[in-house]
Every structure is written in C-alpha cells, then in structure tokens.
Design a binder for this molecule. Structure first.
Ligand SMILES: C[S@@+](CC[C@H](N)C(=O)[O-])C[C@H]1O[C@@H](n2cnc3c(N)ncnc32)[C@H](O)[C@@H]1O
Ligand code: SF4
Length: 400
C-alpha cells in the first residue's frame, strides 16, 4: 500500500461545471466531532482489515473543499494514520484549498498539523469566467491566495480549467503565461469536461453559453507554453517546474526525436521532488485506500485478487475486479502519464492474446503513437493527442 485519500465532500456552494461527489454545506452547521469519529472508525476498520503497519508514502485530503475543515480534524486523522500505518518520514501530505476557504493563519495551522503540500483551485484569473464557472472567489483573491500560500508552503500546486465556453485560444495563452509566472512549481491544467446534469450543460444545451471548442489546439498550445516557461508535462493534465534545462530537454525530445522519449523520461526516476507522489501511485496502479463518503479504494489481497471498494455514507460497496477490469484500469491510468506508461509484464498473457495486444502495439509503433522501453509502453506526443482513442483501441475492438 502506498497512499491514503481522505475525501471531504462539502463545499461553500456547487460550481456550475462540477459533478464531483460534493455538496454545498454551511460549515457552522456541521458537527465536525461526529464526522471525525466516523472517519476515525473507517480508518481503523480498514487499517485492521487490510493494511496495519504498511508503509504509506502519501496522504491526500481532497474534495469537496477540505480547507473548510478545522485543522484539529486534519491533525487528529494524521495522528490516527501514524498510529495505524508506517507513515513515511518524508510522506507527501496534500490538502486541497479553495482561495476563499483558506487564509494565512489557517494555512499555518494546517502546516503545523502536518500538511506539506497545498493544491489551490484557482480555475481562472478572469473575473467574468470565474463567475461563469460559478466560483465564489474573484481573480484578485485567487492571485493573492497563491502568493500568500507560497510564503507558507514550499510545495504548492494550482488547478486551472481551460477551453471554457467562449474562450479563445489567444486569451488562454495570455492567461496561462501570467499564471506560470506565479511562485509555483506544479500546475494541473484540466480541459473542461461538460458533465451531464450540471448547470453548465443546461446552459450550453439551451444556447445560453457556446459549446467549447473540440479541436486539440488548446492542448497543443498548453504544451508549448508550459514548456517555454520551464514546466514539463508528466501526465496529460500535470506539469512540474524542472530546473537545469532538464525538463525543457525532455520535452524537446518529445517533439523532435520521439524514439528518444522514454530514455529521457527515465531521468525522472526518481522524479523531481515536486512531481505529485500521490498521483504517481494512481498512475502506476498501486493500491490506495480512500475514506469519506464516495471515496474509492483499490486493495490487493494476499492471493493477488484486487478489490474496488467504494464508501457510501454508512457502508462499503465491494467488488472483485476481474483480470479484464484490471487490464483496462491499468491502461486508463498508466497511459495518461508519460513517465509511468504501462508495463506489459504486469498484464496476463491470455489477456494480451485475447485483446490482440501484440498486433495492436505494432500498429501503434508504426504510426509513432507509442514508444517501447523494454516491456513498457509509453505514448509519444502524437499519441498523447489521441489518448482516449488509443485506450479504446487497446481495451476493446476500437479502430485507430
Ligand atoms: C476534486 S476537484 C476539487 C478541488 C477544489 N474543490 C476546487 O474546486 O478548487 C479538483 C479539480 O478538478 C477540476 N475539475 C472539476 N470539475 C471539472 C470539469 N468538469 N472539467 C474539468 N476539470 C474539472 C478543477 O480544476 C478542480 O480544481
Ligand atoms: S469547489 Fe471544487 S468540489 Fe466544490 S463544487 Fe466547486 S469544483 Fe466541485
């Protein structure tokens, strides 16, 4: 086991685009003590059943808006984790924060509790777009928050959403260039997904907002601009600031000499310190253990079987993953990351035969959509542009 995810599903209000498991809730009406007991009981039950004493290298408080939690809540849970597991001395411990749900004194308390990485949901630095997204903060407070938090934490990341309704590529370029000048070493840039049953989907369906552009231009420009600013993509939405030209060189190769890619990515092993250790464990398909309503876990039993567990409000839904499910999940997670990829060694021979993997990989290699490093399959630049298509092609009978 390598990571623990703690899901806090409450927010100040619901954003127009969001279909995450989160609900608006007034903080002053919450009985945090009761919730804490529930989380502690779950940790204990899980720890005793599957993982007591196992090494934990990352803990992630996500949401929802976990920066609405009292720091004593975070402190208490981290204590509990320390008692139950072998929490690594240099574990990455992240908390997601919304700009209007954190301030310097609260941030200092979180730091004292053990948080050493902050992920701030900026989303945009344009007021009218923040309003369209349904955010409760403006551009000024988002920027102020990033600069204040950078004084307190030396590992902060920010989230932005691009290809918003009505956004022009040139406007995104300008916004991104400004954001990359902030005091951050890591950034997550998500292309907007118009989710079903969200106010944004209704506004688009009713012609109140224009549908976002579906070309790859936004993504391509995002790659170029981040590279020019000294950030390296290591997953389709995640970028890390790299020093000594190392990152730029890696990305140059990504464009220029595709066959060199993986050799260069290997320079990332061990990865730069600001690569998200927690997310790396997802992309490598390692076990993780999620607690909180709606949180998911992947647990490997001693007999090698893997369980998918979802926590509902008071219970757990447990499902055995078939070997086919595991294969598909591995593809879905691994191919997103150009430093992880997928190791064919981890996939059963009969699954490879059934899905005709050998022939499909030959075809992908010929088209220069992938490179192989030993048994590891990694997408190239042109491959990443076709990520979903390639996953579908490998995981079922899709065509390329
Ligand atoms: C788990 S969410 C919550 C983080 C935090 N509550 C916030 O909103 O600032 C993590 C990130 O997913 C991204 N996200 C959420 N919904 C999205 C959507 N429909 N399309 C693209 N990105 C989305 C946002 O950038 C968000 O910061
Ligand atoms: S604050 Fe984050 S989790 Fe909450 S509704 Fe907005 S995007 Fe979703």
């Amino acid at each position: 086991m390598s990571s623990i995810y703690i899901h806090w599903p409450f927010c100040i209000s619901k954003c127009n685009y969001c279909n995450f498991n989160s609900v608006p809730c007034a903080g002053n009406k919450m009985d945090f003590r009761e919730w804490l007991n529930l989380y502690r009981r779950t940790l204990l039950a899980f720890g005793n059943r599957y993982y007591r004493g196992d090494l934990v290298t990352s803990v992630y408080f996500g949401g929802g808006t976990p920066s609405l939690l009292p720091s004593s809540f975070v402190n208490n849970l981290l204590d509990e984790i320390q008692k139950l597991f072998n929490l690594s001395e240099n574990a990455e411990i992240t908390l997601e924060a919304n700009p209007d749900a954190i301030n310097p004194s609260k941030a200092k308390e979180f730091k004292k509790s053990g948080i050493n990485r902050l992920s701030i949901g900026v989303q945009s630095i344009i007021d009218s777009d923040l309003m369209m997204l349904g955010r409760t903060h403006g551009s000024h407070s988002a920027k102020e928050c990033v600069f204040e938090m950078a004084q307190i934490f030396n590992n902060i990341s920010i989230d932005l959403i691009y290809n918003r309704p009505g956004q022009k590529v040139e406007d995104w370029e300008e916004e991104l260039i400004e954001v990359l000048s902030f005091p951050i070493d890591h950034i997550s840039l998500y292309e907007l997904i118009i989710e079903d049953r969200t106010p944004m989907k209704t506004m688009i369906d009713n012609g109140i907002l224009p549908a976002p552009d579906n070309s790859s231009e936004f993504f391509e420009r995002t790659l170029e601009i981040t590279q020019n600013a000294g950030f390296t993509m290591y997953e389709v939405s995640n970028f890390v600031r790299t020093t000594l030209g190392e990152g730029a060189k890696i990305l140059d190769n990504f464009y220029v000499s595709r066959h060199e890619i993986h050799k260069n990515y290997l320079k990332f092993s061990p990865p730069p310190s600001k690569v998200s250790q927690h997310n790396l464990s997802y992309w490598q398909y390692l076990d993780y253990f999620g607690i909180g309503p709606g949180a998911h876990s992947r647990v490997t039993l001693q007999n090698g079987k893997k369980l998918a567990i979802m926590q509902t409000k008071n219970n757990f839904e447990i499902e055995y993953l078939s070997r086919e499910d595991k294969f598909k999940e591995r593809l879905l997670m691994g191919l997103r990351s150009n430093i992880c990829g997928v190791n064919l060694f981890d996939i059963d021979d009969d699954i490879k035969l059934r899905f005709n993997i050998k022939n499909k990989l030959e075809k992908l290699l010929k088209n220069e959509y992938i490179v192989m490093y030993g048994d590891r399959v990694v997408l190239t630049y042109t491959g990443i542009l076709r990520l979903n298509l390639i996953i579908r092609y490998l995981a079922d009978s899709g065509v390329i």
